[in-house]
Design a protein. Structure first.
Length: 529
């Protein structure tokens, strides 16, 4: 009896330990591409904004009650229209790696505000300020003004409004946020002699009457690491003093930097700082923020990033920003983004209920100019994406498939040649001009091609993002049950000179010779650890 009791007690302890671990926030907080985070807390609910550049709709707003389960609740802009580049123009260029960058999210006097500046020159780079009564939208653009790099919108206690940007630069805005107040430019600190690398990613907050500006710093020298630094002052105009508040690597990946700190409704403080994790992208880590001698020190008591942290609240229902989809809803889910602005008349969820129909809308030479490519983030440490495709109505020369999409892509492509369908696995690398990001050419290496005996096919890509891996493997099936590997393992990459984002699952369809075809997507299934 005693042995039985001990066995039951042991099993109960194991179950409790497993349950307790399941409730913890495991770092990374989201193992997917969520760079340049800004986070606020309103009425005990956390809201986060991130960078998605050339993907549309843009400026995603994510929400969580517990800092563990996040969901996308809105986008600030459906599309950007400053240039035909946002439409994947073959002549004007593209906005790969540009578009919406590091966005500032604030809540002031009952309204949500975002400020972002596209990483562009000229009028395309003018700053947007948008507002909404609810984070779920609708959002409206209230002003455009000069470009501010990696900026932070800041509302002071006296209702004066500032934008802090670049490397220690600041201007005051008019009370209605319509423009800057001319003559208010000030450099609030000077770069120190050892700050020879990155010093950007401004996030300004106020705490106990003091001003705190958080920035990423990276000195490009042997033995020096990426770090998060903080500038502190009693007056917003300075003088400022500086302290390193985080200098740590984590999980077999490089040192961490760029993000913000946030205070919960009950007074707890957290840091949300991203880490470069190779091909999966830049992922946010969650950590304690401890106020020590008036400084917001990040990490545990040793300055390290914990593997786990208690959620802000417990028992919240599961939510995620990456999801499976059977396309039975009447509108496209917020977990999807198009590559550049979509052609709205060339996709439908109504033409064949329960299916996403993608129609050819222009003749293009390659995947990187294909309109209406639909994407979701790939997820670490490992994930699998499966799409079921009905190819009954594609035309000669059309191409459809699934890609591990980035500047360097691994691609599964079904192509129609006459009456025959073939499936190939290829490696594709886009070459872009530096100024306009025009697609000069796409280098394609086909690794394997097979004939398809039917017009329905299931395509699958597995991603392994464990340290040192970044491997994609490719499969197809004729019944959705038995899988055949095709091609070779593909080494995925993060390339800041091309797309500058993490790898995406991308469902695509485009015409290379004539219009008139379409493809039906029955479902997309994603699984991950």
């Amino acid at each position: 009896m005693k042995q039985l009791f001990l066995s039951v007690l042991l099993m109960g302890n194991i179950a409790f330990a497993v349950s307790a671990k399941a409730q913890m926030v495991e770092n990374p907080m989201i193992w997917a591409d969520v760079p340049d985070p800004d986070v606020i807390c309103v009425d005990d609910c956390f809201y986060m904004v991130s960078t998605t550049m050339h993907l549309m709709p843009g400026v995603p707003i994510m929400r969580s009650k517990d800092l563990k389960n996040w969901e996308t609740v809105s986008y600030v802009v459906d599309r950007l229209t400053d240039s035909p580049k946002y439409d994947l123009s073959p002549t004007a260029g593209t906005v790969y790696g540009r578009g919406q960058w590091a966005t500032s999210l604030k809540y002031h006097h009952g309204k949500f505000y975002v400020l972002f500046a596209p990483n562009e020159t000229g009028a395309m780079g003018d700053t947007y300020i948008c507002e909404a009564e609810k984070a779920e939208g609708p959002w409206r653009i209230i002003s455009r003004m000069r470009h501010f790099h990696d900026c932070s919108l800041f509302f002071d206690d006296d209702d004066r409004v500032y934008v802090v940007y670049g490397t220690g630069e600041m201007m005051e805005l008019k009370p209605d946020l319509s423009d800057v107040i001319e003559g208010t430019y000030k450099r609030i600190f000077q770069r120190e002699a050892d700050e020879t690398g990155l010093l950007e990613g401004s996030r300004m907050i106020k705490h106990n009457g003091k001003y705190y500006l958080l920035m990423i710093s990276h000195v490009f020298a042997p033995g020096r690491h990426r770090r998060e630094v903080c500038y502190r002052a009693d007056d917003i105009h300075g003088p400022y003093e500086k302290k390193t508040i985080l200098e740590a690597d984590y999980g077999g990946f490089p040192y961490v930097g760029q993000g913000t700190i946030v205070q919960s409704g009950s007074g707890d403080w957290y840091g949300v700082i991203f880490q470069d994790r190779g091909a999966v992208g830049r992922v946010p880590l969650l950590m304690p923020c401890r106020w020590i001698d008036g400084w917001p020190m990040l990490g545990d008591e040793q300055g390290n990033i914990p593997a786990q942290i208690r959620p802000y609240t417990s028992g919240q229902p599961f939510a995620a920003i990456v999801k499976s989809d059977d396309f039975s809803d009447g509108k496209l889910g917020l977990h999807w983004q198009w590559n550049h602005n979509p052609v709205d008349g060339a996709w439908s969820l109504q033409d064949r209920p329960g299916y996403l129909r993608l129609k050819s809308s222009r003749v293009v030479p390659n995947l990187y100019l294909a309109p209406n490519t639909l994407t979701q983030r790939m997820v670490g440490p490992s994930s699998s994406g499966i799409v079921e495709v009905d190819l009954s109505h594609i035309k000669d020369g059309d191409r459809a498939g699934l890609a591990a999409f980035n500047g360097h892509s691994g691609v599964l492509t079904v192509q129609k040649n006459g009456r025959k369908l073939t499936l190939s696995m290829s490696e594709q690398v886009v070459n872009l001009t530096d100024r306009d990001k025009q697609v000069e050419q796409v280098d394609e290496t086909v690794k394997e091609t097979v004939a398809l005996p039917q017009s329905k096919v299931w395509l699958r890509i597995d991603g392994d993002f464990h340290p040192g891996r970044d491997i994609a493997t490719f499969y197809y099936s004729l019944d959705g049950q038995q899988w055949t590997k095709i091609g070779s393992d593909y080494k995925m990459r993060f390339d800041y000179r091309r797309l500058f984002m993490g790898s995406k699952y991308a469902i695509f369809y485009y015409a290379t010779s004539r219009l008139g075809g379409y493809v039906d997507i029955n479902q997309f299934e994603v699984t991950y650890e």
